[in-house]
Design a protein around this ligand. Structure first.
Ligand SMILES: [Zn+2]
Length: 485
C-alpha cells in the first residue's frame, strides 16, 4: 500500500466554489437590463422673463436590475424649446430612442416675471423731521427689470415714525422699502409778548402780564415760561422783565420787556381855544363801534363831537349815551345820500329835520350844529343841484345853525383801512395846524373799527404833547372849507 501524502482541498471547498459559480450564473441570467431616464434638477422649472433656459438635462443610462452597479450612459434627444422672452408654460421632453425599451421624461418650464421692482430711498444729509410734524420726503426711485422706471407709481404711507413705500410692477410683483424717520428739533419756541416789548401801565392800576410760547415740536409751552423781574405799579419807573422758554430738545429763547409805570394822563379842558386844542369829531354813526369809542374817551376824560346819521337806526340809543357822557351830538343828515339831500334845499332840510328829531328823541335837545355830508367844499352836490351849497350855507345862518368842516383828515373814509395810517395822518395834521397857530378839528368816522382803534393812541399822543381835547361848541373854530359848487 502506498501512502497518499499529497494534500487535497476538502470536499467542502469544492462544493462551495461550485455553488458560488452556479449562483453567479443564476444572477447573471436573471439580471435584466433596463433603460433609465431621470431629470437633473426639478420637474417644474422657472425662467425669469428675458433670461434663457439653461437646460440641466437628464441622466440617461441602462442599468442592471440585479446588478445596478453595472450601468452605461445612453444618448437622448430633447424635444421642445423654451423662449425666455415670451411668457408662458413650455414642456421639454427628453427621449431615449432605444428600440427595445424607449423611455421619455418631461419637464415643465414656466417663463414669467417674478422679480419685484427695487425702490431706492434718497437720504439728504442732515435732514430731519420735527416731532409731531409730517415727514418731508427726501426722495426715492423705483426701477423694475421689466417695466423700467416706476417711480411715479410708488405709494407711500407714514405710520408711527416710519415711511412705508411700495410699488407693484405689471406682473403683480410688489417691491417695498421702509424708512425710519429721523426726528429732531432745533428751533426754540416762539415767545410772543402780548402788548410788545414795551408797555405802559398807569400808576396804581394792575399789570396783567400776558404772553404765549408755542414750540414747533412741543406745541403750547406757555406754562413753562420762566419770568424774571417784577413790576411795582404803585411806584413809577421802568421795569425790566425777561421771559425764557425752553423746549423738550433744549432749544431756548429769551425775550425782554420794559414796563413803564407812570401817572395816567387825563384831559383837562381849560375852556380856552388855541393851537394846542384838539376837537375830535366822528361822523356817520352811531354804529356798533360807538360804545367802545365812548369808553375810550371816558378813560381820559376826553369830550368829543358826533355828527350823526340814521344809517343804523338800531344804534340810535348811542346818541343818548353820547349826550349823557358829555359829548356834543350834532346833525350830519338822516340818509347821507347825496342824490337825495343835494337835489334841492327843501330836500336837504327835510332830511336834516328828520335827523334832528331823532336827536331830540334821544337827548331831549335839538342840535344847532351840523356838518354837511362831504363837507361844505364837496363838489358832488353840483351833480344834483348847481349852487345848492351856497344856498344851504346862507339858509343855515338864517336858521341860526352853524356848520363845521375839519382841518385834519384821518383818511379813514376810504384812503386807508390801517389804524397806524389813521394815527399818523391825525397827529401830523394836528402838528401842522399847531405850527400855523390853529386848533385842530379832526375828522374820523365811528362806523370804522380801524379808525376807532386809533383813538386811544391819538389821545395819549395829544396829552403827552401838551394838547387839550374839547367838544365843539357854537363858539368853536369852524374850520370852514371854501364852498365849491
Ligand atoms: Zn359823512
Amino acid at each position: 500500500m502506498t501512502k497518499n501524502t499529497k494534500r487535497r482541498p476538502p470536499v467542502l471547498v469544492y462544493a462551495a466554489a461550485a455553488l458560488l459559480l452556479v449562483a453567479a450564473g443564476v444572477v447573471f441570467i436573471l439580471n435584466k437590463w433596463e433603460t433609465h431616464i431621470e431629470l437633473i434638477g426639478p420637474k417644474h422649472y422657472h425662467v425669469q422673463t428675458g433670461e434663457s433656459f439653461e437646460d440641466p438635462g437628464v441622466i440617461a443610462e441602462t442599468r442592471g436590475t440585479l446588478l445596478p452597479f453595472l450601468h452605461r450612459k445612453l444618448n437622448y434627444t430633447t424635444e421642445g424649446t423654451v423662449d425666455g422672452n415670451a411668457n408662458g408654460t413650455y414642456t421639454v421632453r427628453y427621449v431615449i430612442d432605444n428600440e427595445k425599451d424607449p423611455v421619455a421624461a418631461e419637464r415643465i418650464v414656466t417663463v414669467s416675471d417674478t422679480v419685484a421692482p427695487v425702490i431706492t430711498l434718497t437720504e439728504i444729509e442732515d435732514h430731519y423731521t420735527v416731532p409731531n410734524h409730517i415727514y418731508e420726503e427726501e426722495g426715492y426711485t423705483a426701477v423694475d427689470s421689466m417695466d423700467g422706471d416706476l417711480t411715479d407709481l410708488v405709494q407711500t404711507k407714514e405710520l408711527n415714525g416710519y415711511v412705508y413705500y411700495s410699488v407693484t410692477d405689471s406682473s403683480g410683483n410688489t417691491g417695498i422699502a421702509i424708512r425710519k424717520i429721523f426726528y429732531d428739533d432745533r428751533t426754540p419756541p416762539g415767545l410772543v409778548l402780548e402788548g410788545g416789548g414795551e408797555v405802559t401801565v398807569w400808576l396804581g392800576s394792575d399789570f396783567e402780564d400776558s404772553y404765549t410760547a408755542v414750540d414747533d415740536a412741543d406745541g403750547d409751552v406757555t406754562s413753562s415760561v420762566q419770568v424774571t423781574g417784577s413790576v411795582d405799579t404803585s411806584t413809577a419807573g421802568d421795569y425790566e422783565l425777561s421771559y425764557t422758554s425752553t423746549d423738550a430738545h433744549g432749544n431756548t429763547v429769551t425775550v425782554y420787556r420794559t414796563v413803564h409805570v407812570k401817572e395816567k394822563p387825563v384831559n383837562n379842558d381849560t375852556g380856552v381855544e388855541g393851537p394846542k386844542v384838539i376837537y375830535l369829531t366822528f361822523d356817520d354813526g352811531p354804529y356798533r363801534y360807538t360804545e367802545t369809542l365812548l369808553d375810550i374817551l371816558d378813560k381820559y376824560n376826553v369830550k368829543a363831537t358826533f355828527f350823526t346819521t340814521s344809517a343804523y337806526p338800531a344804534y340810535a340809543y348811542c346818541m343818548r349815551l353820547e349826550a349823557e357822557r358829555g359829548h356834543t351830538v350834532c346833525v350830519h343828515t338822516r340818509t347821507h345820500d347825496y342824490s337825495v339831500i343835494y337835489s334841492s334845499t327843501d330836500n336837504y332840510w327835510a332830511d336834516f329835520n328828520y335827523q334832528n328829531n331823532v336827536i331830540y328823541e334821544q337827548t331831549g335837545k335839538y342840535a344847532t350844529m351840523f356838518r354837511f355830508p362831504g363837507g361844505s367844499s364837496n363838489t358832488v352836490s353840483r351833480n344834483y343841484c348847481s349852487g345848492v351849497m351856497t344856498a344851504l350855507a346862507r339858509q343855515s345862518a338864517e336858521k341860526g345853525l352853524i356848520y363845521f368842516d375839519w382841518n385834519v383828515s384821518s383818511g379813514d373814509a376810504g384812503a386807508t383801512t390801517s389804524t397806524e395810517v389813521v394815527y399818523q395822518n391825525v397827529i401830523s395834521g394836528i402838528r401842522g395846524n399847531s405850527a400855523y397857530g390853529k386848533p385842530s378839528v379832526v375828522l374820523q368816522h365811528d362806523v370804522k373799527d380801524y379808525s376807532v382803534a386809533a383813538v386811544e393812541r391819538i389821545i395819549l399822543w395829544g396829552l403827552e404833547n401838551g394838547y387839550t381835547f374839547r367838544a365843539l361848541t357854537p363858539e368853536s373854530y369852524t374850520a370852514h372849507h371854501g364852498i365849491a359848487n
